[in-house]
Write a protein that binds this ligand. Structure first.
Ligand code: FEO
Length: 406
């Protein structure tokens, strides 16, 4: 096969053969401003092995990169699928058909999930934690990581290369031609990894903490962590993703409030500005995210370790403004924890929005600092004074909670 695209060496005997999706702007509701990569890895063992595949339209890109190392992709004898989501398994049915590998492995839940997607269960072999397979001169050990972030998710580890393949774990949506984290701008890497954690892994923070606790007990000698998205971790960088995951999974609240709102005729916007000033004057950090300018993905990213979520919406047709409903529905599903909550908004004649926001905040187990602040049509000076006072009250509550934990 002629190869116009090249693989990149990861270790002596492992090559990156994935695809770069420079143009991806949305990943099931998550705005991916910097695109992504779908990482697949070619292991040059006695039995040549492919670890994970790519999203279906990128199959030829992966084949070309494989061909740049071994010529004919059909030399692949073993395929391992660490995660059944289609950004990694989309090309799998065709890989099985085109390359006819001797064996294709997935976790036991992975076999079920892949069969439900592609009806290929008969071609798969299930593995579980503690199992390992021989590739001749190398071995692969498996560790299931259920609900990180799907029931089927698992890690694969090759001791001979000291490399851990962590599927979505420690990954990020970041299209880059520099495949190692240490070759990229750290601020960008940290920001995109935080965003990925917030938008994909946040609901599974208890499982993340359990994995972090159990990980040293696995006794793995890891020098490289190769995830399925974004750059690869190695050397001095290896401890960073563990430390960041611990912080984000613990969700220890900072003395910081995130104010989000939509506005119809600028009344709710004026309320937001007065509340934000009150929070700042009260000695807490405040971030104001008008929803016309900030995506749901950015909002949830800012919510990691925030201490309060303050939400404003006008009442429109007896309900929430559409963008507020969108963002609250998205955030609620991602289950941020340890938040104080407050609702506000203007209304004309019915004013249900504040109560509906309180419902969302209660679902998120947020502790409400107020029943909510409503203003009829356009806020008066007195109304804005009350908004400012609410800001002070939020800052006080943040301070008291921080003092109680100190
Ligand atoms: Fe990258 Fe859960 O798929």
């Amino acid at each position: 096969m002629e190869s116009h695209l090249k693989a990149v060496k990861v270790t002596d005997r492992v090559w990156w053969v994935g695809a770069i999706d420079w143009g991806l702007k949305e990943f099931h509701g998550y705005k991916t401003a910097r695109g992504t990569t779908y990482n697949a890895y070619l292991v040059l063992a006695d039995k040549i092995t492919l670890i994970d595949t790519v999203k279906a339209p990128f199959k030829e890109e992966m084949y070309q990169r494989i061909a740049s190392v071994i010529g004919d992709p059909a030399k692949v004898e073993v395929v391992i699928s660490n995660h059944a989501e289609m950004d990694h398994s989309g090309a799998l049915p065709e890989v099985i058909r085109d390359l006819a590998p001797e064996k294709t492995y997935a976790s036991l839940m992975g076999v079920k999930a892949l069969d439900a997607h592609f009806r290929i269960g008969g071609k798969l072999t299930g593995v579980k934690t503690g199992d390992s397979i021989s590739l001749g001169n190398m071995t692969v050990a498996f560790v299931e990581t259920k609900m990180l972030h799907w029931p089927d998710s698992m890690f694969s580890y090759i001791p001979e290369e000291k490399i851990l393949f962590s599927q979505d774990g420690f990954g990020m949506h970041l299209a880059t031609d520099r495949i190692f984290a240490d070759e990229n701008d750290w601020a960008v890497v940290e920001q995109e990894m935080r965003k990925y954690y917030a938008n994909i892994l946040l609901p599974y923070s208890p499982q993340v903490l359990k994995l972090l606790e159990d990980y040293p007990k696995l006794g793995l000698d890891v020098k490289v962590i190769a995830s399925d998205h974004g750059p690869i971790w190695r050397g001095d960088m290896l401890a960073k993703p563990f430390a960041l995951y611990k912080t984000w999974a613990e969700q220890t609240p900072e003395k910081r409030a995130v104010v989000i709102y939509s506005t119809m005729w600028h009344s709710t916007e004026k309320m937001a500005a007065a509340i934000a000033d009150g929070i700042r004057e009260g000695g807490a950090v405040v971030e104001v995210l008008p929803l016309d300018a900030h995506s749901r993905s950015d909002v949830v990213t800012r919510l990691i370790c925030a201490g309060a979520l303050v939400v404003g919406s006008p009442t429109l047709n007896n309900g929430l403004y559409p963008k507020v409903a969108d963002v609250l529905t998205y955030i609620r599903g991602l289950r941020p924890r340890n938040l104080l909550g407050a609702a506000f908004g203007s209304f004309g004649w019915s004013g249900e929005a504040v109560a509906q926001i309180n419902g969302y905040l209660t679902d998120m187990k947020a502790e409400l600092v107020t029943d909510g602040l409503k203003v009829k049509y356009v806020p008066t000076d007195d109304d804005l004074k009350q908004c400012f006072e609410l800001g002070l009250q939020i800052a006080r509550a943040l301070g008291e909670r921080a003092a109680a934990k100190a």
